[in-house]
Design a protein around this ligand. Structure first.
Ligand code: F6R
Length: 606
């Protein structure tokens, strides 16, 4: 989603802004722009990729102070005029904004009444005019920004530059901003990974805070005016894994990284002799675990699918009632929060606005919420204060793959941990942790011999729609397979628990309709087999994901086998062929697998 980068220091700003934007490209965007103080306030913005913006930049952009933006359209179409930065009418103030100004219409009308002509359809543009009005009436830059934000409702991460001042003013409310402190130079970005090639020293701006950046110095304060003493964090992420290497796309690279990523996630978190898992960051003793009356997991998209696997495992292994919730619905359903319950939010980016709102709702109502997060130091991780990192390493393709398997692994460890504090025997716990330890190798084995993926792609690629079926623990895996194929290949996909298929989706089936069935060797297999027969009787083509050596393979048009494991651990293996099917279908259709249309990696608006 939208990205921000800014620079103030001795070097030429423009090349740094462009390289900063490149590091934000993976988040997904539709236009890009920069503003640099270069005698005048020079602004260049363009619909399309950062390289198209680069193409229109003249060599004469020489200034040392600048701000930059990648836009993912929310208010107003994808046009050059709607791209950021936005400038005041006199060209003395420029601004970039992430987030949404909810009262933009009212503010827009007030500006029009004062004779100001707005050049874009965006909510963001109102801010720059309001700031300039304050500035023209004599307010200092920081005061002008502060007064403007007091009148705005919504979310923002903003950076503002003033032609007549050597500083960048930033403010955050619900949209992340991280300040990077270098030698006599200062950076700002919406994502710490854009900073790591310049500095490891960062300050995370908190909601309701503003910062004044000068070359090598930062002053932070609250919106009320109170000075804040910022904490400096040291980033340990050098973003080294972000290079494509020999892979043609990030998605396939990340699919193949899953065995190593999973090792990173489980290393040091397994106690084989006690047959348990240990997520130390949760700070939950067996006594505390025993007292938890129920567990709730909240997430979006792929993370929600992982949460759905996790909730089944927790309930099965610990006999604790457990539910997963859609984050975007959670807060608005006015949920009852039980202070004794345990709430988890699951998120790769740690920046998803819907998930962050759920965290705040739980905390406001006195609940305990922990993060299961990939990005270290992200807003959700910091807001929760406790939880477990999944250690997938940077995930750059918009479609999530290695984060899914690691979320499932972390939740499996938790399910075993809470299970052992209750009914799960040492023997059964040991069998599970042993099985979990083998998964990375089994993943590697499958990935080196993937089975007839391309035969499945042949059946799917021209289909009007694809039905995904699974039962029990494989039902969320079916959802994940459908989500991946839909987002990458733009084919309408439905995912259903296989027993529910006959209550509606069966009406879609006709001669040749592809049905992808996930069926590990568990006690539900006979039931899934009945669903397969019902589909075949209507002419459907069955693509089956099953375990090696299982005779059920003969029932399908295409069978893709994964190594044998405990059925409760199977999602980490059965999901692999589904990721590959989505990837190769998108490629066959000539689509951009790493940057599917309309999607963003980090969804920072509600
Ligand atoms: C799908 C995908 C999205 C994300 C969702 C939540 O491939 O990537 O559905 O899973 O937007 O994102 P995070 O996990 O960052 O909260």
């Amino acid at each position: 989603m939208c990205g921000i980068f800014g620079y103030i220091g001795p070097s030429a700003a423009a090349p740094l802004l462009i390289s900063g934007l490149r590091r934000l490209e993976y988040r997904g965007y539709d236009s890009a722009g920069i503003a640099v103080i270069n005698g005048d306030l020079d602004i260049y913005k363009k619909v399309g990729m950062v390289k198209e913006l680069e193409n229109i930049l003249p060599a004469t952009v020489k200034g040392n102070i600048g701000i930059a933006h990648t836009r993912w359209a929310t208010h107003g179409g994808v046009t050059d005029a709607n791209s950021h930065p936005h400038a005041s009418e006199d060209g003395k103030v420029a601004l970039v904004h992430n987030g949404i100004i909810e009262n933009a219409n009212a503010l827009r009308n007030q500006l029009r009444k004062r004779g100001i002509v707005l050049k874009s359809e965006t909510d963001s543009e109102v801010l720059v005019h309001m700031i300039n009005l304050e500035y023209q009436s004599g307010a200092a830059p920081l005061t002008a920004v502060r007064r403007t934000l007091r009148r705005a409702r919504g979310t923002w991460g903003i950076c503002v530059i003033f032609l007549e001042h050597e500083k960048i003013i930033c403010a955050r409310n619900g949209s992340p901003l991280v300040i990077g402190i270098g030698e006599k130079e200062t950076f700002i970005a919406s994502d710490p990974h854009a900073l790591t090639s310049h500095t490891q020293k960062v300050i995370y701006l908190e909601d309701g805070e503003l910062a004044v950046l000068t070359a090598g110095d930062v002053k932070t304060s609250r919106n009320s005016g109170k000075i804040v003493d910022p904490t400096i964090h040291i980033l340990d992420d050098d973003w080294g894994e972000s290079e494509l290497g020999d892979y043609p796309h990030y998605m396939i690279k990340e699919i193949h990284e899953q065995p190593d990523a999973l090792r990173q996630c489980i290393t040091g978190r397994i106690n084989l002799s006690d047959g348990t898992g240990r997520l130390g960051g949760l700070r939950l003793s067996p006594k505390k675990l025993q007292a938890i009356p129920h567990v709730r997991l909240i997430a979006c998209g792929t993370a929600l699918n992982a949460a759905l696997v996790g909730r089944l495992l927790i309930e099965k292994l610990a006999r604790v009632p457990s539910l997963a919730h859609v984050a975007s619905e959670f807060r608005y359903n006015d949920p009852v929060i039980d202070a004794k319950g345990l709430y988890f939010v699951v998120s790769q980016s740690g920046e998803t606005a819907d998930t962050l709102s759920a965290v705040k709702e739980i905390q406001t109502k006195g609940g305990t919420v922990m993060g299961v997060i990939n990005v270290v130091g992200s807003s959700i991780a910091r807001q929760c204060g406790a939880g477990a990192y999944i250690h997938s390493g940077p995930e750059q393709a918009v479609a999530s793959t290695k984060a899914f398997t690691n979320m499932v692994a972390a939740l499996t460890l938790f399910a075993i941990q809470i299970g052992r504090s209750r009914t799960l025997s040492r023997q059964n716990g040991r069998a599970l942790v042993k099985g979990l330890r083998e998964i990375p190798e089994q993943m590697g084995k499958y990935l080196s011999n993937q089975g007839p993926i391309m035969e499945a792609v042949e059946i799917i690629k021209e289909a009007k729609s694809v039905l995904f079926l699974g039962r029990g623990i494989s039902s969320p895996v079916a959802r994940e397979g459908a989500l991946k194929l839909m987002e990458l290949a733009y084919i309408p996909c439905l995912a259903y628990p296989s027993g529910e298929m006959k209550h509606g989706p069966i009406a879609l089936l006709e001669e040749g309709s592809p049905v992808v069935v996930i069926c590990p060797n568990d006690e539900l297999k006979p039931k899934v087999l009945s669903a397969i027969h019902e589909c075949k009787a209507r002419g459907a083509k069955i693509i089956l994901i099953c375990e090696e050596g299982d005779e059920i393979a003969a029932e399908a048009d295409v069978s893709i086998c994964v190594p044998n494991t405990d059925p409760l651990l199977s999602p980490m293996l059965t999901v692999l062929p589904l990721q590959l099917i989505a990837y190769h279908t998108a490629l066959e259709l000539g689509l951009n697998v790493d940057r599917p249309r309309n999607l963003a990696k980090s969804v920072t608006v509600e």
